[in-house]
Design a protein around this ligand. Sequence first.
Ligand SMILES: Cc1cc2nc3c(=O)[nH]c(=O)nc-3n(C[C@H](O)[C@H](O)[C@H](O)COP(=O)(O)OP(=O)(O)OC[C@H]3O[C@@H](n4cnc5c(N)ncnc54)[C@H](O)[C@@H]3O)c2cc1C
Length: 413
Amino acid sequence: MTRQSDTLETEHRDIIDALFGFVDKAVAPLEEKHQELLSEPTRVFDDRGLMSPEYLEVSRQVRELSAEAGFYSLYGAEELGGGNLSATGIVAVQEAMHHRYGPERTLVHESVIPSPFTNGLSPLLLKLDEDVLAERLDDIRRGTSTLCFALSEPDAGSDVFNLRTRATQVEDGWVINGQKQWISNAAHAAHAFVFAVTDPEAVKERRGGITCFFVDTGTEGFSVDAGIPMMGARGSNATIISLTDLRVSSRQIVGERGAALKLALGGISRGRLTMSATCIGLARWALDMSVEYANTRRTFGRKIGDHQMVQAKLAEMAMEIYLCHSAVLRTAEMVDAGKASVKETSIVKARCTEMVGKVLDEAIQIHGGLGLTNELGLEAGYRYARMLRIPDGTSEIQRRTIAKRLLSGDLAL
Ligand SMILES: Cc1cc2nc3c(=O)[nH]c(=O)nc-3n(C[C@H](O)[C@H](O)[C@H](O)COP(=O)(O)OP(=O)(O)OC[C@H]3O[C@@H](n4cnc5c(N)ncnc54)[C@H](O)[C@@H]3O)c2cc1C
C-alpha cells in the first residue's frame, strides 16, 4: 500500500517522488540482496554496539549511490555543493520518508539522506578554513568519508559548560586532552568536530570559552575506547572516545575561537526540527497501520474498529498527529522566513518526540499480541521512538529553554 503524504506542496512532492523512485530502484535491491544481514541486529551491530564491517560496506554503497543521484547532499548548503533544500522542504522529505518506509529501513533512513552530525554536508563545514575544507570536501560530499560530532562527555550532556576536555595553546597549534561519551559514528568517521575548553574562566562564568576543532580521526591521540549498546539503536552507533595529547593546528579551529557553543546550537536546532518531522512520519505510518488493522481484525462478531474504545484511540492518535504536524510546518516556515524560532523549535522537539511515543504505544495496543511480535515493525518503532526524547536536548531541557524564553519576554505563540 502506498502511504504517501497528502499534505505536501507540489514542489516538494517532485523531490519526494524522485526519492521514492531512487529508493525503490537502487536501495531496495541491495536490501533484498543483504536481507539476512539486515534482519539480524547482531550482524548489523557487533557486541560493542558498533556497526559491523559487513553493514558498513553496504551503507557506503548506498551513500555513494545516493550522492551520484543527487540526494545525499540534498539538505546541505549551496556553498558546499549541497541541494540547499528549505526547512519546509526538509521537514516534508523527512516526514514522507518515515511515513512511507516506517522505522525499520535503516539503510534508507541513515544512508540515503544522512544526519548532518554524522555524515554529509554538516553546516559546521561552512565555518572551516578554506584549505582544510578543500582537501576533504569531495569525499564528504560523495559519502566516501563520514563525520562525528564530539560534544558530550561523561559529566557534560545537558550541561555543556561542564566540559572537561581541554585544548592548550602551544607554539605550533593546540594540544587536546579529554574524554567524550555518546559520540555517534566516531568508530567509523574520517573526521570529528571536537569541542574543547580553551578559556576556563569564560566557561566558569558560562559566557563562552569553548572552541570547536576539526580533527582527522587518524591523528595520533584520537582513540575509540568503547561502543555503547543502546535501546532502539537504529544505527545510533554511540561510542566513548579519548583524546590524548592530540595535536592540531590553529587552522583546524571551526568558526571563532571560544564561540563554539553558538555554532553547535545552530546545527542542533536544525536537527531538532528534522527529528520532529521524523516523528510525524513515523506516527502517521503507525496510524495507517492501526486503521487498516481496525478495519479487518474481528472480535465479538464485529471489526475492532466498531468498538468505541478502539475508535477513541484512533481519534486521539489523529488529533495528536494533526496538531504536531501543523506546529512543525509553522516552525519550518518561520525558519525559512529567517525569524527567531528557538522557543518554537523546542516546543516541537519536545512535543513531537513525546507524541510519537504515545502513538506507537496505542498502535501496539490496537494490534494486541501481534503488536508485540515486531511482525509489522511496531515494536522496533516503539523502541526507536523512546530513544528520541534524549538526544539533541532532552524533553526537560526543551521545557527549560521554552520557559527561559517566556520569562525573558518572548510570549509570541
Ligand atoms: C542515541 C544518542 C546519540 C547521541 N549522539 C551524540 C553525538 O553524536 N554527539 C554528542 O556530543 N552527544 C551525543 N549524544 C548525547 C546527548 O546529547 C546527551 O545524552 C543528552 O544531551 C543528555 O545528556 P546526559 O545523557 O548526560 O543526561 P544529563 O544531562 O545527565 O540529564 C539527566 C536527566 O536530568 C535531566 N536534566 C538535566 N538538567 C536539567 C535541568 N536543568 N532541568 C531539568 N532537568 C534536567 C535531563 O533531562 C535528564 O532527564 C547522544 C545521545 C543519544 C541517546
